[in-house]
Design a protein around this ligand. Structure first.
Ligand SMILES: Nc1ncnc2c1ncn2[C@@H]1O[C@H](COP(=O)(O)OP(=O)(O)OP(=O)(O)O)[C@@H](O)[C@H]1O
Length: 676
């Protein structure tokens, strides 16, 4: 069975299974659909046409026995000579002495490696069987514990044993209409394509399948939601909402008023709200969320606000508590670190309706958390609240209105295509009195001058963030970096000003305590990794210093910069970077030239490509394995239309042509009401 654990494969014990699980591979099906992220071209090449330093596969005959030289304990070089046509050249393999047995004089061999034209030698990376099939070698994301070859072997084994069970899940009519490859062949070819054309065909099929299945779920859910007779109308108390808004510490911007009206209008309709609220960093989305939650409560419903991190959950709760009258609105916080006893109490109070607004991380919609009357779910960016989450709530009997908030401008058509129908509200105006953040780019050598300047700001009673980069390869290096910087800055600023440290490895309570101290101005300088990226709001912080700024993407830099300039004071963002390439320089230049998030995102798209920007978790769009919602937008559009049409067919579920599709959808977690 495809859902079986990978431990059924020979060679996968407990340890290896764990290493595979770390890569997200737990079942046979996971393994079969763990596609390579690129392929090495291993088409055999002729010596004459190869350029210096090119990675190639050369086929020839072995003309000298292999010789091994050892250096030190583990290092070695294995050398032999090969001949192609009448050309003889040398081949070296480093630190792979065990390959010796594969090199037999007078036999044919194919070696993949890097060609050094001057020396006429090949530095070997791999020996390929002389009858290697295909022109491409798949390259996977692997880990220390799982090597490329191990994965390839496992995937091949899994195909041999389970490949026959990969049943077709697309209806024949669609396969014919779009000339799609069969599922089994396509999945195999995604790993081991014979040639480029086969790869393209396989990819097209796999992408179509992903989009089509996704759209089937979305359209199915929509149809179901529409057919519910008792769509909820959230009849909020206009006067109370008005007076709440009047009581805010500031007047709403026109843009905030407009989007609030749009949301409130949705409440009064029985149709479910599915709205995307876009607004640049600091444009005041949180307040709009607060008004929406307040309105829902006045109508006797409960509201939930989901955010990606604990710190943010804490912070949002604190700001809501400040805005709401505690006698009137009862809020609570639920995250994965809420103590069991407290959690129990919260759950009870949710069920009996004592809690009006629940703020939390995704723990909020987990098993065992039941509301008494949930009317609205607001989710922050970076948070997926997709089909399956809606499904979970539906099963609990709720179909709340949903508001997604994001600072990343997702092109409208894209959002609609990806989510089904979605309305979009845009806050295109900053609160009055905001001064644009001045952004400067300096080199590392100028850092101490920048710190001295920053000190003037601190003297005025302001605060400062210092961001050190995330080192993706290693979380511990990351922490080490942050700690070193923290020590240095402590030396520089203390005793006059207190310096705090925040990084991903700290316990949640520690993080909260540091954040709280910074909010209360007990700390004036906060050294942090990117954990503060989204949503942190300390208006008194006016300086943001980003170390090695060229290592961040533009959208991320803009998010970080958005942490300052949130009050009435002039703020500065200093990018410290010695970029190694043009792209890095270009990024620094753009940041110093514009403060507009929409422009930054547009440039980010141009420089990094859509896959990087929208394929990433940041946009809050659904994630796909092989498909890319921007690059494959045409296929997405077609898949959406096809899914829509199919759902319009009366009882398509009963027709034999769709048996494969239906059983696939059922087996993949969609065995809920709307397919029965
Ligand atoms: N109309 C307004 N007038 C003055 N200040 C405002 C207004 N709206 C919001 N603010 C303040 O501006 C700051 C930023 O608002 P908020 O945190 O809601 O922004 P956001 O859009 O959620 O930003 P981010 O995407 O960075 O989280 C807050 O300190 C908030 O109190």
């Amino acid at each position: 069975m495809l859902e079986e654990s990978i431990t059924v494969l020979a060679g996968v014990g407990e340890k290896r299974a764990q290493a595979l699980a770390d890569l997200g591979i737990e079942t046979i099906e996971d393994l079969l659909s763990y596609y390579p992220f690129r392929y090495d071209d291993i088409k055999e090449r002729n010596l004459i046409e190869i350029n210096d330093q090119e990675k190639v596969t050369i086929k020839g005959v072995v003309v000298s026995p292999p010789v091994i030289n050892r250096f030190g304990y583990k290092k070695s070089r294995l050398q032999f000579r090969m001949m192609q046509d009448h050309d003889v050249f040398s081949v070296s393999f480093f630190n792979q002495p065990y390959l010796k047995d594969k090199i037999i004089v007078s036999e044919d061999i194919a070696v993949y490696g890097k060609w050094d034209a001057k020396r006429r030698s090949l530095t070997g990376m791999k020996i390929l069987g002389a009858n290697q099939e295909g022109e491409f070698a798949p390259i996977y994301h692997v880990s220390k514990a799982i090597r490329q070859q191990t994965l390839v072997d496992l995937i091949k084994k899994a195909f041999t044993r389970f490949g026959e069970q990969l049943e077709e899940n697309l209806p024949l009519s669609l396969m014919e209409k779009y000339r799609l490859m069969a599922r089994k062949e396509a999945m195999y070819a995604m790993h081991f394509p014979k040639d480029l054309d086969e790869y393209h065909q396989a990819k097209r099929r796999v992408v179509f399948e992903e989009f089509f299945l996704f759209q089937m779920k979305i359209q199915g859910l929509k149809k179901e939601e529409k057919s519910e007779k008792h769509g909820v109308i959230i009849n909020y108390d206009v006067e109370r909402v008005k007076s709440f808004t009047r009581g805010l510490p500031f007047t709403l911007t026109n843009a905030q008023k407009r989007v609030t009206n749009e949301i409130c209008r949705d409440f009064l309709r029985s149709k479910h709200m599915q709205r995307l609220l876009q607004g640049d960093v600091g444009s005041g989305k949180t307040v709009v969320a607060a008004i929406a939650l307040y309105a829902v409560v006045t109508a006797g419903f409960q509201g939930a606000l989901m955010v990606p991190t604990e710190i943010l959950a804490q912070q949002h709760l604190a700001s809501l508590d400040q805005l709401f009258d505690p006698l009137e609105i009862h809020t609570a916080l639920l995250t994965s670190s809420t103590k069991p006893k407290e959690r129990e109490q919260i759950i009870e109070q949710l069920q009996n309706g004592e809690i009006d607004v629940l703020v939390g991380t995704h723990a909020l919609i987990q098993e065992g958390v039941d509301f008494s009357n949930l009317g609205l779910v607001i989710t922050d960016e970076q948070h997926r609240f997709g089909v399956s989450q809606r499904q979970i709530l539906r099963e609990k009997g709720f179909q709340p209105d949903v508001l997604f908030m994001t600072a990343t401008p997702i092109p409208r058509t894209l959002a609609i295509t990806a989510y089904g129908e979605m309305d979009v509200s845009i806050i295109d105006e900053m609160p009055a009195g905001r001064l644009p953040v001045e952004t400067r780019w300096i080199k590392h050598g100028q850092l101490s001058d920048a710190l001295k300047n920053a000190q003037f700001e601190l003297q005025k009673g302001r605060q400062m963030y210092v961001i050190c980069p995330l080192i993706e390869e290693s979380e511990s290096l990351d922490v080490q970096n942050a700690v070193e910087l923290y020590e240095k800055l402590k030396e520089f600023f203390e005793p006059g000003y207190a310096v705090g440290l925040l990084h991903g490895k700290m316990k949640n309570e520690e993080k909260e305590a540091v954040m709280q101290a910074f909010k209360e101005n007990q700390l004036q300088v906060l050294v942090s990794t990117t954990v503060i990226e989204v949503g942190v709001d300390v208006p008194n912080a006016t300086t943001m210093l980003i170390i090695d700024a060229d290592r961040f993407g533009l959208a991320q830099l803009h998010q970080l910069r958005g942490r300052v300039g949130r009050g009435q004071e002039a703020s500065t963002c200093i990018l410290v970077a010695n970029p190694q390439n043009e792209l890095g320089k270009e990024r620094m230049k753009i940041m110093t030239e514009t403060n507009n998030g929409f422009v930054v995102s547009q440039k980010d798209l141009e420089l990094r490509g859509p896959g990087e920007v929208f394929g990433s978790k940041q946009s809050g769009l659904p994630e796909f394995v092989a498909a890319d919602i921007v690059a494959d937008a045409n296929i997405l559009e077609v898949a959406k239309e096809e899914a829509q049409q199919l759902w319009q067919k009366e009882n398509w579920q009963l027709l034999p042509e769709y048996a494969g599709l239906l059983s696939y959808l059922k087996e993949n977690g969609q065995e809920n009401q709307f397919f029965d």
